[in-house]
Design a protein around this ligand. Structure first.
Ligand SMILES: Cc1cc2nc3c(=O)[nH]c(=O)nc-3n(C[C@H](O)[C@H](O)[C@H](O)COP(=O)(O)O)c2cc1C
Length: 213
């Protein structure tokens, strides 16, 4: 704790950061378009080197969610078949996965614009991750839960095709978005304290002598 924790603005930011949780269970109500647009408006204030603005947002609704469900169903069924699972099991699990994804109230697929220069590419990825964090923090404060998915469904080339992404775009996250279900048990998480990962370096190391030739 510091003197800043007495400052309500600091305390509000700290609370949003520490209390935001990954949420996968929502009320069925979709999040209104103006709310999603506002969250995206906040997302794009993320730091981004060279002001590349490397983020692209695709909000999936209606038939697009149903199509995403089909993609997810096919991926699940194929995984089960690949390990020798029975066709009936693959079909049933595939249908369950399809229904689960199709039932998410709102899905926001977020991609980055890749770059042939690895340095810029990494900067762009970092910037889009920051944008997603902005989005999820603002959503949390608005009583909206989110979860970041980067698994097989999010990474599916079919999803890039579904949204009509450009050839140089790559998935950064498929974000489930929905109003918190008060009946769901509150999500929990844990972190080791930041100090456990921190070293303060004062002394410069001795220069390594050049090898004798
Ligand atoms: C780049 C990235 C990818 C992630 N991908 C997934 C994922 O595919 N599935 C998932 O359940 N969670 C995913 N997460 C969420 C983390 O699992 C989650 O943040 C972590 O469990 C901590 O929980 P918390 O967000 O509630 O603090 C991802 C998070 C990040 C930053």
């Amino acid at each position: 704790m510091t003197q800043f924790d007495q400052n309500p603005a600091f305390a509000a930011v700290a609370a949003a950061i520490t209390e935001r949780r990954t949420v996968k269970q929502f009320l069925p109500t979709p999040v209104a378009p103006d709310v999603i647009e506002r969250l995206i408006e906040l997302a794009v204030w993320a730091p981004n080197h060279r002001l590349n603005e490397p983020w692209r947002f695709y909000v999936l609704t209606g038939h697009a969610c149903a199509r995403l469900g089909e993609i997810a169903g096919a991926i699940t069924a194929a995984k089960i078949s690949a390990v020798g699972g029975e066709a009936s099991v693959a079909a049933r699990k595939g249908s369950e996965a399809a229904a689960t994804w199709a039932s998410v109230p709102t899905l926001v697929f977020i991609t980055m614009v890749g770059d042939a220069n690895p340095e810029v590419d990494l900067e762009n990825y970092g910037a889009v991750c920051c944008a997603i964090q902005n989005f999820t923090l603002a959503a949390h404060v608005a009583g909206i839960g989110t979860s970041w998915s980067s698994g097989a469904v999010a990474a599916s080339p079919d999803l890039l095709t579904l949204v009509g992404a450009g050839k140089n775009e790559r998935m950064v996250g498929l974000i489930r978005v929905g109003y918190l279900d008060p009946a769901a048990s509150p999500a929990t998480s844990r972190r080791k304290p930041g100090v456990a990962f921190t070293r303060w370096i004062e002394q410069a190391p001795e220069p390594v002598p050049a090898p004798a030739l």
